[in-house]
Structure formats: structure tokens, C-alpha cells
Design a protein. Sequence first.
Length: 63
Amino acid sequence: MPNPEVPPVKPLQPHKTALIVGGSSGIGAALVQTLVENSYCVAVVARREAILSKLCEEVNQSA
């Protein structure tokens, strides 16, 4: 029997999360943009740091 003094616990809402490898350009960059627009928390990995930094700035400004 539930304790009437303790409110029921709501389950945690799952967060939409994605990891994109090779996300600094092309399909990866487009996927990053799309996921961010759809409220995903996105982690991006790429070899070209300067291009990746630019993408992150653009995505953060549009979010």
C-alpha cells in the first residue's frame, strides 16, 4: 500500500543525445544541425579542430 504522505515519483524524462563522429563537414555537419534543431544534446568529434569550432559557433548561435 503506498504511503499517502509521500508523493509518487515521476520517472526521469529521457534526454535525446547523439554522438557524431566526423561532424565538421558534409553529412556529419548537416546531421549535427538537424539534431540540434530537434532538441538533441549533441557531442561532435572531428579531426579538423578549426572547422569544428566554427560549426559549433554557428550551431550555438542558431539554437
